[in-house]
Design a protein around this ligand. Structure first.
Ligand SMILES: Cc1cc2nc3c(=O)[nH]c(=O)nc-3n(C[C@H](O)[C@H](O)[C@H](O)COP(=O)(O)OP(=O)(O)OC[C@H]3O[C@@H](n4cnc5c(N)ncnc54)[C@H](O)[C@@H]3O)c2cc1C
Length: 206
């Protein structure tokens, strides 16, 4: 989780900030505060500037700008955060968690009756009784609405997603807690703007 770069702020509504995450105990290492920096590199011409970070080689970074520091930006580990929320939820009485894919919805008198779910780890499809159903499937919400409510009603939601790719690198050295928003010119003239999130567990999310 981070403060969005100022270039995006004008276009983004509902920006979430790290302040909300203070609800989660720090001891669980679900997030770290970090320094966020925008950097520009150009592999076709070596830079004369000293590297702004110990783990980036000299001669690489053409320009850099600080976007936020430990009091204003932080990043969260999505897997650990989701696990923490699920475990916390399960400590409440009369709760259970089913991991699976919702495939259809049964109605009685136009009200929800049950949701058919294919369990994530295989096994028989199950019908979960429900009186209220919340569609919260992120970029898949539009597709889920069509699956559950049919094209005529669900299709009117119109939520779609954009495809993006990400990888997690295991680095040889542990990197400092930095988020880098880059603008990179490659040796072959191509351009890229990958974002790098160095985590305290020795991995870096790109
Ligand atoms: C590369 C990337 C970087 C981002 N960086 C930031 C950031 O720095 N700061 C920030 O605030 N936000 C960031 N976001 C946005 C943030 O991740 C989303 O806004 C947030 O995850 C949305 O949460 P959600 O619960 O609505 O949906 P999601 O987190 O997308 O969760 C939806 C869930 O629904 C499940 N699902 C789909 N179909 C079904 C089905 N049929 N049955 C059951 N389950 C189903 C999916 O598997 C998924 O687990 C980023 C997003 C991306 C892709």
């Amino acid at each position: 989780m981070r403060s969005w770069p100022s270039s995006l702020l004008g276009k983004t509504s509902g920006v979430t900030g790290p302040s909300r995450l203070w609800l989660v105990p720090r001891s669980r290492s679900l997030f770290i505060t970090d320094n966020s920096q925008s950097i520009e590199t150009d592999a076709t011409r070596p830079s004369k500037r000293a590297s702004p970070l110990k783990w980036l080689p000299d001669g690489l970074v053409q320009s850099s700008r600080k976007l936020g520091g430990h009091t204003t930006t932080a990043q969260v580990h999505p897997g650990l955060m989701t696990k923490f929320l699920a475990e916390t939820f399960l400590t409440s009485p009369n709760t259970s968690l089913v991991l699976g894919r919702a495939t259809s919805l049964s109605l009685t008198d136009d009200r929800a009756k049950s949701v058919a779910v294919e369990p994530l780890w295989g096994g028989e499809k199950m019908d979960l009784p429900a009186d209220v159903v919340v569609l919260a499937a992120g970029p898949w919400t539009g597709k889920l609405a069509v699956d559950l409510l049919g094209k005529q009603i669900g299709g009117r939601l119109g939520v779609t997603g954009h495809r993006a790719h990400s990888i997690v690198l295991k680095t040889k050295d542990e990197l400092s807690a930095h988020c880098l928003f880059t603008n990179m010119a490659m040796a072959d003239g191509s351009q890229g703007e990958p974002e790098l999130y160095a985590r305290p567990d020795g991995t870096t999310y790109v």
